[in-house]
Design a protein around this ligand. Structure first.
Ligand code: NDP
Length: 278
């Protein structure tokens, strides 16, 4: 089984970003990472995103708010960041605390700065196959891993486990745009292992540590693991039981070191594109 490393895909995206930056005549794009509270996975994603923007030659700043921040106050602070001409793009870390009106933020975010595709405008573009917006970075990262490794998508049977608006649904649209035949699975799917075995490309995005084992993988399948699950000891696990799929899978992404690294690289490309388009 070939291990598909995220770092190699990220390095290819870095070249593209540098080309885009070269055309900006010295203007350095700036990412605003907006965070409420101190969730360890938010902090880890924020650190990774800031490090990646800087490594790719761009700026990034964290805008952190207390978990108890008042909804109205947060909406108004968010608007200030949204309208700040110095801010090229925004990454809003989610999920937000329950008292924060997430829908209002999705509606308010400037689609041109919405790097992670949360605005209804960008989501509609993903569903319409219009490439002028921004797709959610993780969904795009999955397609990027396939393309950068020369894995054919057109005409292939792709099975996705997970139907969230962040990964599963937009990814289904992106893979369909690449002419895959897509099946989307969820908690009510009957015979999940059997359905997954039918996939020539299998994407695990359920948020269940090591759920996808050898029984879910058909012969020769390419397995992309989107899952990020942290156990009680702080160890990171994907949704795929990497050890048990080796007999069947032809290629697979590891966790860590797979899709996560590509997600922040896609975010960087979106930031450079946002600067370009403005
Ligand atoms: P959600 O919890 O929003 O969605 C999970 C989806 O998986 C749901 O559609 C759910 O089905 C389905 N699901 C859960 N358990 C099962 C099961 N036992 N059998 C079948 N389907 C199941 O998660 P996200 O989409 O936000 O994230 C998915 C994973 O990806 C998480 O581990 C997350 O941490 C990770 N992630 C990784 C990123 C990266 O950069 N690598 C970025 C974003 C997320 P139903 O709809 O029926 O409830």
């Amino acid at each position: 089984m070939i291990v598909l490393k995220g770092a190699e895909v990220s390095a290819k995206i870095k070249e593209e970003v540098q080309e885009l930056l070269g055309e900006l005549e010295g203007k350095t794009p700036k990412l605003a990472v907006v965070r409420v509270g101190e969730r360890p996975d938010d902090l880890s994603y924020e650190r990774g995103a800031i490090k990646k923007m800087e490594a790719f030659g761009m700026k990034a700043q964290s805008y952190a708010f207390a978990e108890t921040v008042d909804n109205q106050e947060f909406q108004s602070e968010f608007q200030k960041i949204n309208q700040d001409p110095e801010v090229t793009g925004i990454l809003l870390l989610r999920p937000l605390p329950r008292h924060i009106d997430e829908k209002a933020l999705e509606a308010a975010i400037d689609p041109a700065k919405d790097l992670d595709g949360i605005s209804p405008v960008n989501i509609a573009k993903v569903f319409a196959g219009d490439v002028s917006g921004f797709a959610p970075c993780t969904a795009e990262a999955v397609v990027e891993v396939l393309k950068a490794n020369g894995i054919p998508i057109a005409g292939k049977r792709a099975v996705i486990v997970g139907r969230s608006m962040v990964v599963g649904k937009p990814l289904a649209m992106l893979l369909m745009r690449e002419n895959a035949t897509v099946t989307v699975c969820h908690t009510k799917t009957v015979d999940l292992p059997g359905t997954c075995r039918g996939g020539e490309i299998l994407v695990a995005a359920a948020g269940r540590a090591r759920m996808v084992n050898g029984d879910y993988v058909g012969p020769g399948a390419v397995v992309i693991d989107v899952g990020i699950n942290v156990d009680a000891d702080g160890k990171l696990w994907g949704d795929v039981d990497f050890e048990s799929i080796g007999q069947n899978a032809s290629m697979a992404t590891p966790v860590p070191g797979g899709v996560g690294a590509v997600t922040t690289a896609v975010l960087a490309r979106h930031l450079a594109l946002a600067a370009h388009r403005s």
